[in-house]
Design a protein around this ligand. Structure first.
Ligand code: ADP
Length: 656
């Protein structure tokens, strides 16, 4: 087969560009990334060999080898793992299959535009660029690889100029050699940036990869004086050179040590190297339980939520070990889905190695361990909320959405999960714009207030501009803001908090019972009576678009608003559903739309006079009704069904 040349995907090129132009000062981590890949490749081989014994010869050791070469200015990272064939090279290395990379590049652009303090470094951490990190230090990279069980080896090469080549090659055993042709500044320099220096390599392995479970080996050239038969140095003999192969990493699993023997830095480095994290975790849980069921768990809440935490391509799960032997990477059934952001591992002699992964995930032992861990995590979150508010808010800003999903999903589970989660909720409130818990909200609400008020829109600015907010603000009633799509679903699932019902500013009646509000309602009844059939006729013009037209008691300066009936979905929920379905919301999930008109707005008088002049069939009256309704839609952020019609009617009006 001749040498083939391929072009990197546009996105890969962009990513490579970022790596080459060196966005990150801490370039040494490329080694950690390559070692993790090597370790993953050995894991994969190990699994494959469980069902196909021919893949690995008896007594053969798994290993990762570092081979620096000062003369040729290269560093090679070798593994005898699963290897790759031609198609896999194209698939895994040549293209960035991960949908997240696109999001990554977009976020980098956005961060630059916004001049946000969210640096590229942090972003890379969330995305884990893996293999491509090699280009931070490389002029070019060559991969020579042979897939386990196959005969042909391949050579991949790229100088990061937008292309790469693949050709057939010779290689003895299976596995992968990554040869990095180092940029000049990373060879032979004095400092710790010389990646062909044994001492530097050892330091890096100790720092980032000490717990990698396969030996990471490095050859040392040692000079020795020859010894006699009794092992004594022969005097005067010329020194001889010998290669001494040393294993750099301790491989002793951190979690088997006692807590008191582990420094914070060790914990942090462990999580960074094992779980491809860039920043120190937000919180670490290290639990050892002895008794009927024995286990050790080492879990962490990562500092940052991965960009794809709620996408289907995110793989949650905790690694499982039995007596320090690795069983599986991402066990999904250990922790409930709302804790999908947790990373870490569980090591238990009570987990059986020899049953299928499916059965293992269903096992009673696993369920018991999972329940206990869930309890620990929830307790710790409660403590954090109580004692370390700032830290909790950081947690909330990263993972709050998960808790809300948890509440929504728990509505059928009947295990009291909702009760456990509801006190963890925080919302931005109209008071001071700070985050408050439901407990804080209900404790400080005046006695006359019976409900918990909330308003939803895409952000704070949008919520505060809702015409429905004006009156509540004036009355000094605190309103919780909801910005996530899942919010209202979670609120519906919660239904109430300690006997207080949730009330949307955009649904049903506001249920205000102060004297002033009562008076407004009475006045409205009067006005409605005086205006005869007006309401009924507006409804008739609008037809099925709305279920009711009425005078509003919630508007102050706004002319009109659209609210949903108290029972059933809100308009925002309907929109979410419609977006999910892609084809409009199904009928059972349509909000009952109620058009509310402000009787104290001049527009109302104009409507009245148009109605008096031409009745419900007057051309202008009909146009006004339509425009009124469309305005209300726009206020809710909903596109009118027929924008052209809206524009035409508005233009006609303006041209008068
Ligand atoms: P990630 O490791 O996060 O998937 P990388 O860009 O580091 O992303 O690697 C892309 C893919 O290339 C890996 O998922 C793996 O399939 C393959 N790969 C990388 N290094 C090796 C290796 N040493 N041996 C076998 N496959 C590898």
């Amino acid at each position: 087969m001749a040498k083939e040349t391929f072009e990197f995907q546009a996105q890969t090129r962009e990513l490579l560009g970022l790596m080459i132009n060196s966005i990150y000062t801490n370039k040494e981590i490329f080694l950690r990334e390559l070692i993790s890949n090597a370790s993953d490749a050995i894991d994969k081989l190990h699994f494959a060999s469980l069902t196909n014994r021919d893949l690995v010869a008896d007594g053969e050791d798994y290993e990762i080898y570092l081979k620096p070469d000062k003369e040729n200015k290269t560093l090679t990272v070798s593994d005898n793992g699963i290897g790759m064939n031609r198609d896999e090279l194209v698939e895994n290395i040549g293209t960035i299959a991960k949908s997240g990379t696109k999001a990554f590049l977009e976020q980098i652009k956005k961060a630059k535009e916004d001049n946000a303090d969210l640096s590229e470094k942090e972003l890379i951490g969330q995305f884990g660029v893996g293999f491509y990190a090699a280009f931070m230090v490389a002029k070019s990279v060559v991969i020579v690889t042979k897939k386990a069980g196959e005969q042909q080896a391949y050579r991949w090469e790229s100088t990061a100029d937008g292309n790469y080549t693949i050709e057939e090659a010779e290689k003895d055993g299976r596995g992968t050699d990554i040869v990095i042709y180092l940029k000049d500044e990373f060879v032979g320099s004095d400092g710790d940036q010389d990646f062909t220096d044994n001492y530097n390599l050892k330091t890096l392995v100790k720092k980032y990869s000490d717990y990698v479970r396969y030996p990471i080996k490095l050859d040392y050239e040692v000079e020795e004086t020859p010894k006699d038969e009794e092992g004594k140095e022969i005097e005067g003999a010329e020194k001889i050179k010998r290669i001494d192969t040393r294993t750099l990493n301790s491989m002793k699993p951190l979690w088997t040590k006692n807590k008191s023997e582990i420094t914070e830095e060790e914990y942090n480095e462990f999580f960074k190297s094992q779980f491809h994290e860039w920043e120190n975790p937000m919180e670490i849980f290290h639990t050892k339980i002895e008794g009927a069921l024995e286990y050790t768990a080492l879990l962490a809440i990562p500092a940052k939520a991965p960009f794809n935490l709620y996408h289907s391509d995110y793989e949650p799960g905790i690694a499982l070990y039995s007596r320090h032997v690795f069983i599986m990477d991402k066990c999904k059934d250990l922790l409930p889905d709302y804790l999908r952001f947790m990373k870490g591992l569980v090591d238990s002699p009570d987990l059986q190695l020899n049953i299928s992964r499916e059965l293992l995930q269903q096992s009673r032992e696993l369920k018991t361990i999972g329940k206990a861990l869930e309890k620990d995590i929830l307790k710790s979150l409660e403590r954090k909320l109580k004692n370390k508010r700032e830290d909790y808010e950081k947690f909330w800003n990263e993972y709050g959405k998960s808790i809300k999903f948890g509440i929504y999903n728990a509505r059928f589970s009947g295990e009291g999960l909702t009760d456990k989660l509801k006190d963890l909720l925080l919302y931005v409130s109209s008071k001071e714009g700070k985050l408050v818990s439901l407990k804080e909200y209900t404790e400080r609400m005046p006695e006359s207030q019976t409900d918990i008020y909330y308003a939803s829109a895409k952000d704070k600015e949008a919520v505060e501009k809702l015409p429905q907010m004006e009156l509540l603000k004036e009355k000094g009633i605190e309103v919780l803001y909801m910005f996530d799509q899942v919010d209202e679903f979670a609120i519906e699932a919660l239904h109430e908090y300690n006997g207080k019902h949730f009330r949307s500013v955009s649904k049903g009646d506001l249920n205000l019972s102060d004297a002033e509000s009562e008076q407004v309602k009475k006045d409205n009844e009067e006005i409605a009576k005086e205006s005869g059939d007006l309401m009924k006729d507006i409804k008739e013009v609008l037809g099925a678009k709305v279920s009711e037209v009425k005078l509003s008691s919630r508007l102050k300066s706004g002319a009109v608003c659209l609210v949903a009936a108290e029972e059933g979905p809100s308009l925002a929920m309907e929109q979410t559903f419609a977006a999910m379905e892609g084809n409009g919301a199904p009928n059972f999930f349509k909000a009952q739309r109620i058009l509310e008109i402000n009787p104290h707005h001049d527009l109302f008088n104009r409507l009245k006079s148009l109605h008096a002049a031409g009745g419900k069939d007057g051309e202008d009256f009909k146009d006004y009704c339509d425009l009124l309704y469309t305005q209300a839609l726009l206020l809710e952020g909903i596109m009118p069904d027929d924008p052209a019609d809206f524009a035409a009617k508005l233009a006609k009006l303006m041209a008068r």
